[in-house]
Design a binder for this molecule. Structure first.
Ligand SMILES: [Zn+2]
Ligand SMILES: [Zn+2]
Length: 392
């Protein structure tokens, strides 16, 4: 096997190529998070197709966001529920939808009659994230994607690696290596802190990724310990409901939970009729004016600043706070920075402590995985570490 990585020494937009004989496979093809231009690869995005397949590990845009650039004739594989979630993400973020094939966890996909690719579920801040074992009959490579063991499904991680056992090559993310700006703690440990804040404030806004499934669970757990209802914006509500419908996993959603309500941000009214019909005309029984005048906790995005201004005019913001619940590095982005400044002007108190935990493996966890997989040759990607050899 031959392994080649692209854009490995930064967080987001990393691409991995594995070749066995004349068969070449790509793992993940997403957007760069640092606004640098997307890299083009001959035979993948231009020229004649030279790749057998592209496998996508999860729906974060730094892993899937550029698949619309992949040449026709190259099969793109995405996990079944992830595909449905990505369709929703594309519609909400006005990205083109792409035709893909689906894979199922623990079932082999056979390529060119000789290469077996098997997906295993890992714990990450995206639902149903996958890692891939590639076996060409002579050698084995393991591509981890993004992973951690501090989320609500973290306990299954080490047993999964043990089941896979020894490999020849390990391509692992190294977000928390060479960059110690990420908070590493158990997701569950956030519940009590959310509760304390909910007891003090009547309107709690949480600046977070709408698709951070574990965080939604944390927020509802905290709501259940207080008198707050959970209000999901309609984007989050559709993602959570899709997971429930597809996999019967009770991620807090408006269909199954009495105390989960739905808010429809005003800017979605600018979308086209297809969108409005498909997404905005839903959950009407879970959306009313009254919900905003009782204690609530609501997820929020920078694009919802206009909604906060309307809340101010309608005298909804009587005792409001903002919890920052994402990686701290995003605060340097202009839109986030501006959003925080503007919310302060609206009289919303910014909670000083960030309530967040990393979606990525700690250095200790990576070391443990290296040992379990039998000290294979390591390719570290998704990291600010400059040289692989620095890690050893
Ligand atoms: Zn990533
Ligand atoms: Zn990710």
């Amino acid at each position: 096997m031959e392994i080649k990585t692209y854009e490995a020494n930064k967080i987001g937009g990393c691409i991995t190529e594995i070749r066995s004989g004349s068969t070449k496979i790509i793992f993940d093809y997403g957007n760069n998070l640092d606004d640098t231009p997307q890299i083009d690869i001959k035979g993948l995005t231009y020229g004649k197709p030279e790749y057998e397949a592209v496998f996508i590990s999860h729906y974060h845009l730094d892993h899937i966001g550029a698949i619309d650039k992949i040449l026709d004739g190259i099969t793109i594989y995405v996990e079944e529920t992830t595909k449905k979630l990505y369709d929703i993400i594309c519609d909400f973020q006005s990205k083109p939808r792409v035709k893909v094939k689906t894979f199922t966890f623990n079932k082999d996909v056979i390529l060119a009659n000789t290469i077996r690719v098997t997906a295993y579920k890992v714990d990450h801040s995206a639902y149903n994230s996958a890692m891939f074992l590639i076996d060409d009959g002579k050698e084995k490579a393991l591509y981890t994607g993004d992973y951690r063991n501090n989320g609500y499904t973290g306990n299954m991680l080490i047993p999964t690696f043990k089941k896979i056992g020894k490999v020849d090559y390990l391509i692992t993310e190294g977000t928390n290596i060479g960059d110690n700006s990420h908070i590493i703690r158990k997701e569950l440990s956030l519940v009590k802190e959310f509760e304390t804040i909910m007891r003090k404030y009547k309107q709690v806004f949480v600046l977070m990724a709408s698709s951070n499934i574990d965080r939604i669970t944390t927020m509802l757990k905290a709501c259940n310990g207080t008198n707050h209802i959970l209000i999901e914006d309609i984007y989050m509500a559709h993602l959570a409901t899709m997971i429930f419908k597809e996999d019967n996993v009770p991620i807090p959603n408006p269909i199954n939970f009495d105390n989960v309500m739905v808010y429809k941000p005003y800017y979605f009214n600018k979308k086209d009729e297809y969108f409005k019909h498909k997404y905005l005309n839903c959950f009407n029984d879970k959306n009313n004016n009254k919900m905003l005048y009782q204690p609530f906790t609501m997820n929020i995005r920078t694009s919802m600043l206009g909604d906060l201004r309307i809340f101010k005019r309608k005298h909804i913001l009587t005792n409001a706070c903002l919890i920052y619940s994402m990686w701290g590095g995003y605060k340097e982005k202009e839109d986030i920075n501006k959003f925080i400044r503007e919310t302060k002007r609206l009289g919303i108190t910014l909670i000083k402590k960030e309530l967040h935990t990393t979606g990525h493996a700690s250095k200790e966890l990576i070391n443990e995985i290296i040992e379990i997989t039998g000290n294979p040759k390591i390719y570290m990607i998704h990291t600010t570490l400059k040289e692989d050899k620095d890690y050893k």
